[in-house]
Design a protein around this ligand. Sequence first.
Ligand code: TRP
Ligand code: SF4
Length: 402
Amino acid sequence: MTSQHQRVLSGMRPTGALHLGHYHGVLKNWIKLQHEYECYFFVADWHALTTHYEDPGDIAGSVWDMVVDWLAAGITPGEARLFIQSRVPEHAELHLLLSMFTPLGWLERVPTYKDQQEKLKERDLATYGFLGYPLLQSADILIYRAGLVPVGEDQVVHVELTREVARRFNYLYGREPGFEDKAEAAVKKMGKKGAKLYTQLRRAWQERGDGEALDKARALLEAQQNISIGDRERLFGYLDGGGKVILPEPQPLLTPAPRMPGLDGQKMSKSYGNTIGLREDPESVTRKLRTMPTDPARVRRSDPGTPEKCPVWAFHGVYSDDATRAWVQEGCTTAGIGCLDCKQPVIDAVLAEQAPIRARAQEYLEKPDTVRAIVAEGIDDARQVARDTLEEVRQVMGLSYR
Ligand code: TRP
Ligand code: SF4
């Protein structure tokens, strides 16, 4: 069994074709993680609907494209589970249940709430659904009891909110009469050695704040084969006092800021119109790179330039080796090479990077049934985990009528 702290969950909103910025930022990271953790990656179609409820057709059109993009980039179905949020309705039920005890102020204070309303002025985001956006995200994460959530900088606040919601949930519903006695009984079930070690580590954490001991105690609990889920939760909670940990607090796994520049030197982003599509056709990619701006001081071929003032130089930073970069420095500052000469190695490298991605995408586009089957399987796996969590949540919230 892979432990819940090893479970990774992340989602992406289907709002258009992915570009090389997504590839170098998010996807390469996911591809690495899928070999290290039990990964769940999903298309956040409900999240897209919170802002694009007036044009749902755009979302539907992007969902399958996005899955194809992921697969083409190298997400492996055997390694990661891929699914679509709205096909796992358990997210929605958990969202509703979390909403019962989440103070309005927590949501109103999330900075993305006001920021996005400002940014997307043309859309009316004074809606109930949009206010709930980060709580829906909390449900996405907590329903899998994910330990790690790979996100960009802007999303860290949402993971932090999730931690607060989890803490409040455990506080409200993790209490049970006789908790201490039950926890002590659970300690004994670990066997002599395990019990002794747990007790020592717990003391080291509670008396001296030894964080390493806490980590070790958690690892010890995860490795236990013989205790029930309920006892495991008690023992997790007992480390901190409190009660059972039914919904563990996730950690953000900050995605390193993408080094990928856009065609104009700003960060690559759809809203700046400076992107290269993940599987854009080679002619178009070549044309975009050949016409992209260079150091404005290099008006004529004979004018020397400054690479640091040129967006092409940023591309060399991503795609070129030291020798090529030295060649650019020398050639640009002495007017020894022209800008088209300078761009050629970048063009070659981008096309080479995209060739296998494009080929894989083509394969999947020719076999839409395969893509659907991959997602169907991901949905099945996701629902199994989600149902287990929800059953427990219903139970402690007094909703399991039988
Ligand atoms: N809000 C995220 C974004 O815009 C997408 C998302 C939805 C997500 N649910 C999630 C990311 C859960 C991580 C975990 O990028
Ligand atoms: Fe930019 Fe290269 Fe032209 Fe220099 S030679 S201005 S680095 S494109």
